[in-house]
Design a protein around this ligand. Structure first.
Ligand SMILES: [Zn+2]
Ligand SMILES: [Zn+2]
Length: 322
């Protein structure tokens, strides 16, 4: 499924099987989970690396040459030589290439990926349930770690990443407060089911002050709202790659050592931690499956806020059976 230009629907296309370059593996895609970043690329809110482009960076695939099952995340390549790469911060490498943006991704039957960025996946986690871990889980976990170890954790936007990170936080003994769009009863019910002790409206005040908040929704107005909900010394982490402009707010909302920061991309160390944790908790992802050729429909459902948990393209499934 090909993106010809931002703002245009994805198009089903027959293209030659990709040829692996030096250090790359050819992979047969088994499942690819959707991420909001795909939607930002589709809608022109983020710049694609090339066009036409194949989206998708939460890929569960089989290595053609060995049959090994691997995961392919957003971080597709780094130079390994810059100051960031040499200090354990490859997520900030200025020359990084990203899967489904700079390298064609997993909305396809085949893809290629740099072997060093293919992740071994834990046994016992099925393809459809492993795929959502590969961005929502990995970058979500990085956001959680950057938020510190405060007990009262707010999650703003309860979609793919939040429904995974809620389970990690509960496992760590934290108290989770889920803030959803006004009226989104489905997301609130899922949050409560996954251990959140409170789920309510993102425009309403928090029931008690938070020690940290993770903002997964791309809505800038949530930043001042989350700061107001946070106790002195608390941390607010913006976990998405794109957000609407943040409205101005009084300095008093930040004062008393509140911290506001973003999280960008992931490192392979984040990936190892998450993929090690997932089967031990164990994390159970809620997925809604689509056939590959339904990718545009799946993105429309995500845009409309109608996906509970994660939308996943399941390869080898025909559209008629959905
Ligand atoms: Zn992503
Ligand atoms: Zn680098």
């Amino acid at each position: 499924m090909v993106l010809d230009a931002p703002g245009r629907p994805l198009r089903r296309a027959e293209v030659p099987e990709p040829e692996p370059g030096p250090g790359q593996l050819r992979l047969r895609v088994r499942a690819c989970a959707l991420c909001r970043t795909d939607l930002h690329l589709r809608d022109g809110e983020l710049e694609p690396g090339h066009l036409p482009l194949v989206l998708g960076h939460q890929i569960v695939a089989e290595v053609e040459s060995t049959g090994e099952r691997v995961g392919v995340p957003w971080l597709g390549w780094t130079d390994g030589t810059c100051a960031y790469c040499r200090s354990g911060r490859e997520n900030l490498c200025p020359n990084a290439r990203f899967t489904g943006r700079d390298v064609d991704g997993g909305y396809a039957e085949w893809c290629v990926a740099d072997e060093r960025y293919c992740l071994p996946l834990p046994d016992g986690v099925a393809d459809l349930h492993a795929a959502p871990l590969l961005c929502g889980g990995l970058i979500g976990l990085r956001a959680l770690r950057l938020a510190g170890d405060g007990e009262r954790l707010g999650l703003y936007g309860f979609g793919s990443a939040a429904h995974i990170i809620c389970q990690v936080a509960v496992h760590e003994g934290r108290r989770v407060f889920a803030f959803t769009r006004p009226g989104d009863e489905g997301a609130r019910a899922l949050a409560r089911e996954l251990g959140a002790e409170w789920a309510g409206d993102s425009t309403a005040p928090a029931p008690e002050p938070l020690d940290a908040a993770l903002i997964f929704a791309p809505a800038g107005e949530l930043v001042p709202a989350a700061l107001r909900a946070t106790a002195p010394g608390g941390v607010v982490v913006c976990a998405g790659i794109h957000m609407s402009d943040i409205p101005s707010f009084p300095y008093a909302d930040l004062w008393r050592e509140r911290v506001l920061r973003s999280v960008a991309n992931l490192t392979r160390a984040d990936a190892r931690e998450m993929l090690d944790l997932a089967p031990r908790i164990p994390i159970r992802t809620t997925v809604r499956t689509f056939a590959l050729e339904e990718a545009e429909t799946a993105l429309a459902e995500l845009r409309a806020g109608r996906i509970e948990g994660t939308a996943v393209l399941q390869l080898g499934r025909s559209a008629a059976s959905s």
